[in-house]
Design a protein around this ligand. Sequence first.
Ligand code: GDP
Length: 214
Amino acid sequence: MTANRSEELAERARKLFAGRIEFLKSAPGLEFLPDPVVPEIAFAGRSNVGKSSLLNALINRKAMARTSNTPGRTQELNFFEVGEPLQLRLVDMPGYGFAEAPKDLVRRWKHLVNDYLRGRTVLKRALVLVDSRHGLKEVDREMMRMLDDAAVGYHLVLTKGDKVKPSALGPLYESTATEARKHPAAHPAIFTTSSETGSGIAELRTAIYEAATS
Ligand code: GDP
């Protein structure tokens, strides 16, 4: 991509995310999904990875996505609409990997997420959030395999980048990239973000815009 083209994309993404953004609905089951009329980008990650904070940073809102999810409240897909006219939807998927989750809750989570990933033709890309302090965990790998199997392309996003020393970020990036290469649906571009400082947020907005519009 030429420098001009990527600058143009970045500017369009900035404008889009500075405009209309609204919470649409929570879907506790597939029968509650909104009509698939625009591209969707889905967010996945372990609970407490910083998913709500990242969503709020992306959409410039302090608390539109609910932070501090509790297990009982997380079994739903939350849809946010972006653009006037509507251009894309962001989908906050339920967090996974919370300690001591009851088995039937985990089973319900798997069904809901798997059915959504496999059946949603407008789903253009997923973002799998990984806490920079911890790196990839087995539950993240399981999520990556679900996406591989559903053939949904995804980016890994290293969250809370401000929490680790800059000297540790390089090796973390490398080891994450090495693992991503083993997954057929993982995109080679990995993002490092901080919802505290805002670093990496504009780049992620651009990638979302690009995935939704290409
Ligand atoms: P979720 O459960 O994945 O939605 O995670 P939250 O967004 O609720 O964040 C979990 C905790 O991590 C909260 O205490 C946030 O304030 C904190 N947090 C989230 N993102 C960042 C970040 O980029 N930097 C720092 N320092 N803390 C963060």
